[in-house]
Design a protein around this ligand. Structure first.
Ligand code: PMP
Length: 413
């Protein structure tokens, strides 16, 4: 077993600690870490005001948002963004349709029910996603004002089809809201072209930041709905209280409602710039970033397949770029997670309540997608931990399979 001081020296990023390969929080880049790790700046300092405004403008690009769309960046976690979507769009007594692909749909249901919304659900077995026809039928059978779906469910690694869902919702005059917490910046999302109304995320995933920011864009129809809702909501959750703060910052000047997470704001400008300045095989910006994640996802799945391990998503088309939900092979149980951690790589246990003890999760988003060496280390830790538990696998072959899939050009530029 490696000695603890040998674990995971990540030059310029983290040192003296295990490699964090859970589906968020994630390893951040050296530049993001440098921007974040400073004495707390004041929210009126010009460079903070500029970072706030620039971050909002950059979000428009990453979200592919169109005219009339409004970006928001608020101190809080992803659940805050969920709460804000629910209370700004819906009144108590309104109906909503929830596309349930796992654990985080349950979270969304709780959030909506807390608002007094009547929730209808289209659910699929773990690893699958409801067909668009089922969603269409469910929409027609209720009076939903909004449709909610999780772009990537972090409990199963299942990816939905936001383009199809947004089109369905739009065709029936229903708002569409997508939880991009485990997806934004790593999975394709064309907010304007697809006509999606709200797309939210949190900083600790593919945005490449530490936890602490809720980031979302509300389209013109969603903003209009927030103005016409009848029931007030708590002040901190009210989009329209935050709106002038976002507008003034994007226009280059300071305004105050509640203290922003200044270190995170400064780091956000850097993280969003890293996404928009990525380059990969002729692709640029968010396209390059998404392709980098797609390739990483395929590479990791190639490694698991080489080890004879299955994944939770039922089909390749449902597999997220951002994480692997890997089934334990016969004879192996959840103690594998501890053995992987002992090898210096922190992975996560299963989360879907129906099968949490049958699989584990490996996050692969953000900075690590530019570091094949860290991906190799992760695959080796899993392979070695399986071997130590009496389930010998071809770890070297698995690493090779992954690197072949990745291609050497996936290294950071
Ligand atoms: N939605 C999804 C898809 C998530 O993965 C998470 C967090 N893992 C959340 C919502 C909730 O975000 P947070 O923990 O930042 O509140």
């Amino acid at each position: 077993m490696p000695r603890s001081q040998d674990f995971n020296r990540l030059p310029g990023a983290m040192s003296e600690r295990p490699l964090l390969m859970i589906p968020g929080p994630i390893e951040v880049s050296p530049a993001v870490l440098r921007a974040f790790s400073r004495p707390p700046p004041g929210h009126g300092q010009p460079f903070v005001v500029k970072a706030f405004g620039d971050s909002l403008s950059r979000m428009r690009e990453v979200w592919r948002a169109g005219e009339g769309a409004q970006p928001f960046m608020v101190a809080g976690s992803g659940t805050l963004a969920m709460d804000m979507a629910a209370v700004n769009l819906l009144d108590p007594g309104d109906e909503a349709l929830l596309v349930d692909t796992g654990y985080f749909a349950d979270r969304m249901r709780l959030v909506l029910e807390h608002r007094g919304v009547k929730v209808h659900t289209v659910v699929s077995p773990p690893g699958e996603r409801p067909e668009l026809e089922e969603v269409e039928a469910a929409l027609d059978a209720c009076a939903a004002k909004a449709l909610f779906a999780t772009h990537v469910d972090t409990s199963t690694g299942v990816l939905v089809d936001p383009a199809g869902l947004a089109a369905l919702a739009r065709s029936r005059g229903v708002l569409s809201v997508f939880d991009g917490v485990c997806a934004t910046g790593a999975e394709s999302f064309e907010m304007s072209e697809w006509g999606a109304d709200v797309y939210f995320t949190a900083s600790q995933k593919a945005m490449g930041l530490p936890p602490g920011l809720a980031l979302f864009v509300a389209g013109a129809r969603a903003m209009e709905a927030s103005r016409t809702r009848r029931t007030p909501c708590p002040l901190y959750l009210d989009w329209n209280v935050w709106l002038p703060i976002m507008e003034t910052h994007e226009a280059g000047s300071m305004s105050y409602f509640a203290t922003p997470a200044t270190n995170l704001v400064v780091a956000a400008e850097v993280a969003l710039d890293e996404i928009l300045s990525d380059r990969l095989d002729g692709l640029e910006g968010v396209d390059a970033r998404i392709e980098r994640h797609a390739r990483t996802g395929r590479a990791m799945r190639a490694a698991w397949a080489h080890m004879g391990l299955g994944v939770v998503p039922a089909s390749d088309a449902h597999c997220a770029n951002t994480l692997s939900a890997v089934r334990y092979p016969a004879g192996v149980d959840a103690s594998l997670v501890g053995r992987i951690v002992e090898r210096g790589v922190i992975v996560a246990a299963g989360l879907h309540p129906a099968m949490a003890d049958r699989y584990f999760r490996v996050g692969h988003m953000g900075y690590v997608t530019t570091r094949p060496d860290l991906l190799r280390r992760t695959i080796r830790a899993v392979g070695d931990a399986l071997g130590a538990g009496g389930c010998a696998v071809d770890t070297v072959g698995a690493v090779d399979a992954a690197m072949k899939e990745l291609g050497s050009r996936a290294v950071a530029v």
